[in-house]
Design a binder for this molecule. Structure first.
Ligand SMILES: [Zn+2]
Length: 141
């Protein structure tokens, strides 16, 4: 069995930040991880709430929800139980293509004007733009 060497950052210790192909407000399916035991199913689509690129984690609406006891405070005058989403590893979720409506791997492509797009590896449709088009020099004629 082939094993990848562990990814190390420049300091030799920290894990290198993984390339994140998920963005906020993407629809995803949950593939694996503890969150699946907490109500997530493979067929259901969830929305990404936050993306933590440094740790490779995402929080997903309705996935890995924990009950947290909070004291009375100005923000929560009554205190009590608060449910909140805990982060899950980004590798445990897969983006759902808005065009073909299937969970897919995400690729990238450049258009002619230099803009970068995320694309669906299944139907090659653009999912969203990553980088804007490069500005062209205006030539006076
Ligand atoms: Zn697609």
């Amino acid at each position: 069995m082939f094993c990848h060497p562990p990814l190390r950052g420049n300091d030799g210790n920290s894990l290198r930040a993984t390339i994140m192909r998920v963005n906020k407000d993407d629809l995803v399916v949950v593939l694996s991880g503890a969150s699946r035991n907490k109500g997530a199913t493979r067929d259901k689509r969830y929305r990404i709430l936050t993306v933590d690129k440094e740790n490779g984690m995402v929080t997903v609406e309705g996935v890995n929800v924990v009950q947290k006891a909070v004291r009375r405070s100005r923000r929560n005058p009554r205190g009590g139980m608060l449910s909140m989403e805990m982060p899950v590893a980004a590798s445990n979720v897969q983006v759902v293509c808005p065009k073909c409506n299937k969970p897919t791997r995400v690729g990238a492509r450049f258009s002619d004007d230099g803009a970068k797009y995320r694309i669906c590896k299944k139907c090659n449709a653009d999912i969203s733009q990553i980088a804007p088009a490069k500005k062209k020099k205006v030539v006076n004629q």
